[in-house]
Ligand binder design. Structure first.
Ligand code: SAH
Length: 471
């Protein structure tokens, strides 16, 4: 280990910054948050630094650096534009055993400054020991996404419970178990999810029940997995996947999304046509309830959005009857994902003022869509459907007055590398689709907006768009 990581309490400690430009300003802004007593020396300084001095926030000497400036300093940060001067100041600091950092000159520095994720009081610091600042930045971005925004507030809340825990719970072990239960269990999840009251209620129950506190009860989170591209998961969905004990997922959820789940989470495919367990809705409901009653954190992962043709509502009703607590994390629905990746704006001031999502899966006894309304001009209709339904839908729309020349597109395997977009008109779309041997899942988009597709398509799918040539 070339660098030893520490967190330095600089409150009211003198920190010397030499330099008055952008770089020095950035360091000052960061240092200010630590409550350090900042002294800055430079012959010329930015207005922002001047304002800080005028407000009494930092001490500024507008002149060249003098060795006497070092006296009493706990840390020195050097950021002048002259390398020789920087090195001279570094050498003087070294001789006085004051830790020094020369910005962008690792060799002359005694310490380096990490990339940080700031969730005060929680702080994650990342360093590649100066080998690759770009890599450090990328790691930081990942942690930014992975660490809940309010984890700092969670830490403060936990600290605020220390006092009462000491009074109510005797013995170190009991207190440790109490805090472990809070951090690992539903309390922290409720807190991070924004439900501070729920978290408080759980903490109170645990304190009241002392060591005999009931074990965390299970709960179900209905999670939208998006249309296919795993990067379209929301941050909340990712967190739920990484917290899950059990994941019940649809067949449509791609492997790449499942790969983001906690390694030891049980994954159960309950796809309707999978022929496996839980093929009927009743069986799925029963599985959800069964695992939740075992005290598990259950994620019910659905393609797209759980509340759009996903039977999310039905599953929640079953959970409600079984008195199991639940929450819902929305996802990018197939219509939104496919339209975006195909280059079809679902609304457009010149072409469509509303959009309708229609399910047109073959269901003999199901109610027919309102064809009359869907055939009206000036709207976009998106049909969630089996591929075999394209002909039927186009025919019904034309029979209800839609123009045979109305543009239409089939988007198959949208947002995935295998995405295919087939365009035509109501008169031609069924034949073109049939001749293109695309594979489900697929959507049909009907409306003037489809005419924009040719110009707005941006997503390079891995496969050629036209396979009719390549037999
Ligand atoms: N809850 C889901 C929809 C489930 S119904 C959502 O919000 O997206 C399943 C239908 O969604 C499929 O028959 C197909 O019409 C559509 N679909 C889902 N994923 C798709 C994709 N990647 N590309 C095209 N259509 C898709």
């Amino acid at each position: 280990m070339k660098y030893f990581p520490i967190f330095f309490d600089l409150w009211a400690q003198k920190v010397l910054v030499v330099g008055g430009g952008e770089v020095a300003l950035r360091k000052v802004v960061l240092l200010e948050q630590s409550g350090a007593a900042i002294t800055l020396v430079a012959p010329e300084i930015l207005p922002e630094l001047r304002e800080r001095a005028a407000a009494g926030k930092i001490q500024v000497h507008i002149r060249e650096f003098l060795p006497a400036d070092l006296s009493g300093a706990r840390l020195v940060i050097v950021a002048t534009s002259r390398r020789a001067v920087n090195r001279w100041i570094a050498a003087l600091s070294e001789a006085r055993a004051i830790p020094v950092n020369v910005v962008d000159d690792r060799e002359a520095s005694r310490f380096i400054v990490p990339a940080i994720v700031d969730r005060d009081p929680v702080l994650a610091a990342i360093s590649t020991s100066g080998t690759s600042p770009v890599l450090a930045r990328r790691l930081r971005e990942r942690l930014e996404a992975a660490i809940p925004k309010n984890i700092g507030a969670l830490a403060s809340w936990l600290r605020s419970l220390r006092h009462i825990a000491r009074r109510r719970l005797h013995g170190i072990d009991e207190r440790r178990r109490f805090f472990e239960t809070l951090v690992d269990g539903p309390a922290a999840r409720h807190f991070v999810g924004g439900d501070v009251r729920g978290a408080q209620r759980i903490a109170q129950q645990l304190l009241a029940g002392t060591s005999a506190a009931p074990h965390a009860s299970g709960e179900v989170t209905l999670v939208g997995a998006g249309p296919g591209d795993p990067e379209l998961l929301t941050l909340k969905a990712l967190r739920a996947l990484q917290d899950a004990d059990v994941i019940l997922h649809d067949r449509l959820v791609p492997q790449a999304v499942l790969d983001m789940a906690r390694r030891d989470a049980a994954q159960i495919c309950v796809g309707k046509a999978a022929g496996g367990i839980g093929s009927t809705q009743e069986e799925i409901n029963a599985l959800l309830i069964e695992h939740a009653l075992l005290g598990k954190r259950v994620v019910r992962l659905k393609g797209g959005d759980p509340f759009i043709f996903g039977r999310g509502g039905e599953e929640l009703e079953a959970l409600l009857d079984a008195r199991i607590s639940f929450s819902v994390i929305p996802g990018v629905t197939a219509a939104a994902g496919c339209a975006a990746y195909a280059g079809i704006p679902l609304t457009h001031r010149d072409h469509a003022h509303s959009v309708t999502f229609v399910t047109a899966h073959a269901d003999k006894d199901g109610p027919e869509p309102d064809w009359q309304a869907l055939a009206k001009p000036g709207i976009t209709a998106v049909f969630y459907m089996g591929l075999a339904r394209v002909e039927h839908i186009a025919a019904r729309l034309m029979a209800h007055g839609a123009s045979a020349a109305l543009p239409a597109a089939v988007v198959a395997q949208g947002t995935l590398p295998s995405q295919r977009v087939i365009t035509g008109t109501l008169a031609t779309i069924a034949a073109v689709t049939a001749g293109s041997n695309v594979e489900s899942p697929a959507l049909l988009v009907v409306g003037e907006v489809v005419s924009l597709q040719r110009r707005l398509a941006w997503f390079e799918s891995a496969e050629p768009l036209d396979v009719s040539q390549s037999a």
